[in-house]
Each structure stands twice: as structure tokens, then as C-alpha cells.
Design a protein around this ligand. Structure first.
Ligand code: CA
Ligand code: CA
Ligand code: CA
Ligand code: CA
Length: 130
């Protein structure tokens, strides 16, 4: 039989594993391949490359605005597209990812922790990873 205390505990665990908790710890857990609790640029680029491949079903090696599905605004796409062909190659995509990684890493320690990923620049980066 469950005591009142263990019911409260179960509720707390249910709340902690809800969407709010997933939003804070989720991005680190999802992409932290070396399990050190932070994301470095290599992990972020690996995740971005995997997403790029997923978003490119016609496999022509580029993403157009439709394939990006709103991840970049028209203005952001133009800025990320120096050859102005209206699509992003993987290199162009990863350049934006690296810019956003640096913007999300104000302490310049080479890694992003959950707090940095939860700040506005961090969330902008995560949009390019999943
Ligand atoms: Ca890591
Ligand atoms: Ca494509
Ligand atoms: Ca281009
Ligand atoms: Ca950092």
C-alpha cells in the first residue's frame, strides 16, 4: 500500500519529468554523446548534420526555405546564404550553427551547459539541431 508520502513523491517525479523539465535538460541529454553534461561544438555540429540530412528528403545536398520549415526567417536565410542561390549547403548551415554556438557561449569555455542552452541564444541554436 502506498503511503501519503510516496504518493507525493510520485507526483513530484511526474511533474519533474514533464515538458518543462524536458525543455531544460533535454537538449543536453539528447546531443551529449560523451556524457559530460555539456555540449561542445563537435557534438552540436554532429546533431546539426543529422538534422540537415533529415530535412533534405530530396537529397540534393541543400536545404531550401520549405525544407528548413521555419527554422530560419527569410532574413536569417539570406544572411546565411552568401552565394545567394536561395538554399543552404551543409557548410552554410554549419556556419550558422557555429555562429549561434558562439553567441550562446558568452563564457567562451568551449561548451554549452543547460543554463546557456536555455537562454535565448541557446534556444535559437537548439532550433537548428532538432
Ligand atoms: Ca558533451
Ligand atoms: Ca533539398
Ligand atoms: Ca547557398
Ligand atoms: Ca559555456
Amino acid at each position: 500500500m502506498m503511503s501519503r508520502h510516496s504518493v507525493a513523491l510520485a507526483l513530484t517525479i511526474a511533474l519533474l519529468s514533464g515538458p518543462a523539465f524536458a525543455a531544460s535538460g533535454g537538449a543536453v541529454k539528447m546531443f551529449d554523446t560523451d556524457n559530460d553534461g555539456t555540449l561542445d561544438l563537435a557534438e552540436v555540429k554532429k546533431a546539426a548534420t543529422a538534422l540537415f540530412t533529415k530535412l533534405d528528403p530530396d537529397r540534393d545536398g541543400t536545404l531550401d526555405a520549405r525544407e528548413l520549415r521555419g527554422r530560419l526567417s527569410a532574413k536569417e536565410l539570406a544572411a546565411a546564404d552568401p552565394d545567394r542561390d536561395g538554399t543552404l549547403t551543409l557548410d552554410e548551415y554549419l556556419a550558422v550553427v557555429e555562429q549561434r554556438f558562439n553567441a550562446a557561449n558568452p563564457d567562451k569555455d568551449g561548451t554549452l551547459d543547460a543554463k546557456e542552452l536555455n537562454a535565448r541564444p541557446g534556444r535559437a541554436l537548439v532550433r537548428l539541431l532538432r
